[in-house]
Design a protein around this ligand. Structure first.
Ligand code: F0G
Length: 460
């Protein structure tokens, strides 16, 4: 490959979606109307939407062509047969269940394996994963490696699970109580950081030794494979898909939210090695999702997933994807914006506590940055800090989250280099004005998942 510095998008744009341009005065009003919570903004009022990389991908011409070929038969649709074949070939598993998105597969598998007295262990459970586990009455333990605690420290596989702690936890809880070990690749809640093949191999060996289910949360498996190929030299000779196949071969099953690396707007699946477990899950699928050959998806959705799951492993795509995320992160770092380093696969995570060191954590520096990004540039991002994970003690005092982060998640194949350069320019202004920014206070909040709907005011 040539070594030019400019990353050109490996696609041409055939269809466009207009962005409504707004100015700062308008955005101040819009944000006030949304109670300083960008989740409450209409998307039309957002210029660059970095809220999530989930379900926001641009599909290819091939995927759209596939949509027209979707077979909408209730049972045994052609599109299902095609999707099943692509997933079986990728994962090596025989038993595939389609679901409408990742959390539906989580509810089925973890609901079945979980229950009171049961334990799940992960590098980091994503929030819906944890919620489904805890809803079943089971407990969820996160044991990321200690290198993941220091945002600025360079470590190639900061998403790894701590295998020493894993052995200790198994000994402490008893192997028979452990429903599953879940490896989330890449580790979303831990900064989109990759997991190494060596770490997956060790985890697999430990699970085999203790006869514990080993499940892959594989929604960003292609992005993870990119990091393995380029950072773990023993695997550099393999293709991205072969790396993913190898990782699946170490496990007993996988859950995927297809809204990420299957390059579609909706969908998911559960893939399992063992027939008995698959049959139990299939029964649950039919009760709540749909018949086993569509599971809540249209034929056209399944067609698009089958095509997207192949496209995502193309070398030119992955090279563009990971380098464009890292372009944004590295440039922000050069500007002096504190962030989680190295840059992960799907998002850049800003350390808002370090950026706005004058704002105490109980005045939510992350939310203050989310608001500034919107007012300055119409950019929507999400706080991953004490608004999302904070709790109160018995005196009503905030128990802060360990980090105050803001995630800039990049939708796949959606924004161009010039739009990312615009984001960088907005950050230059944010830095110029950082000492003037005030904290936030929550004036109204629900009991659960407050970040979606709570209302804020600025502190004085
Ligand atoms: N697992 C991981 C690692 C995820 O990142 C997500 C979703 C899910 C499971 C659940 O999948 O949304 O299809 O039900 N992550 C989105 C995000 C919401 O913004 O990071 P889902």
């Amino acid at each position: 490959m040539d070594d030019f510095k400019t990353i050109i998008e490996p696609f041409r744009i055939k269809m466009v979606e207009s962005i409504r341009m707004t100015n700062k005065e308008e955005r101040i009003e819009y944000l006030k109307d949304a109670h300083f919570n960008p989740f409450l903004l209409d998307s039309e009022k957002v210029m660059i939407d970095l809220l999530t990389d989930s379900g926001t991908s641009a599909m290819s011409a091939n995927q759209w062509a596939g949509i027209m070929q979707g077979d909408e038969s209730y049972a045994g649709a052609k599109s299902w047969i095609k999707m099943r074949k692509v997933i079986s070939d990728l994962t090596g598993f025989e038993f595939i269940l389609p679901t409408h998105q990742g959390r539906a597969a989580e509810r089925i598998l973890y609901g079945y394996l979980g229950g009171k007295g049961k334990v799940f262990i992960s590098n980091t459970h994503f929030d819906t994963t944890r919620a489904n586990i805890e809803f079943s009455g089971a407990e969820a333990f996160d044991i990321p490696i200690k290198e993941s605690e220091d945002p600025a420290l360079y470590y190639p596989f900061k998403g790894n699970i701590d295998t020493l702690k894993l052995e200790q936890l198994i000994a402490e809880k008893g192997a028979e109580k452990i429903s599953a070990v879940i490896l989330t690749v890449t580790n979303n809640s831990g900064g989109g950081q990759p997991v190494s093949m060596a770490n997956a191999i060790s985890t697999s060996e430990i699970c085999k030794k203790h006869k514990i289910n080993f499940i892959l949360d594989c929604c960003r498996i292609a992005e993870n494979a990119y990091f393995i190929k380029h950072r773990e030299k023993e695997f550099a000779h393999l293709t991205y898909k072969e790396i993913a196949q190898m990782m699946f071969s170490l496990t007993d099953g996988a859950i995927m939210s297809a809204k990420k690396d299957a390059l579609v707007n909706m969908g998911g699946f559960l893939a399992l090695k063992e027939e008995k477990l698959a049959n139990e899950c299939k029964n649950l699928l039919i009760i709540t999702e749909g018949f086993a050959t569509y599971g809540g998806l249209s034929g056209r959705d399944m067609e698009a997933i089958a095509i997207g799951l192949e496209e995502v492993f193309e070398a030119d795509y992955l090279n563009y994807r990971i380098k464009s995320t890292s372009f944004l992160g590295e440039k922000l770092k050069e500007l002096g914006v504190p962030l989680i380093y190295p840059i992960g696969g799907h998002a850049v995570y800003i350390d808002a506590k370090a950026l706005y060191s004058h704002i105490p954590v109980d005045e939510y520096p992350g939310q203050a940055l989310v608001c500034e990004l919107y007012i300055m540039g119409g950019i929507r991002s999400v706080e991953i800090g004490s608004v999302m994970f904070g709790k109160y003690d018995e005196n009503g005092k905030l128990i802060a989250a360990p980090k105050e982060l803001v995630r800039l998640a990049l939708p796949r194949r959606v924004y161009t280099q010039s739009q990312i350069e615009y984001v960088l320019e907005v950050f230059e202004r944010i830095l110029e004005h950082k000492s003037e920014v005030k904290g936030m206070k929550i004036i109204e909040e629900p009991l659960f998942l407050r970040h979606f709907t709570c209302k804020f005011e600025r502190t004085n």
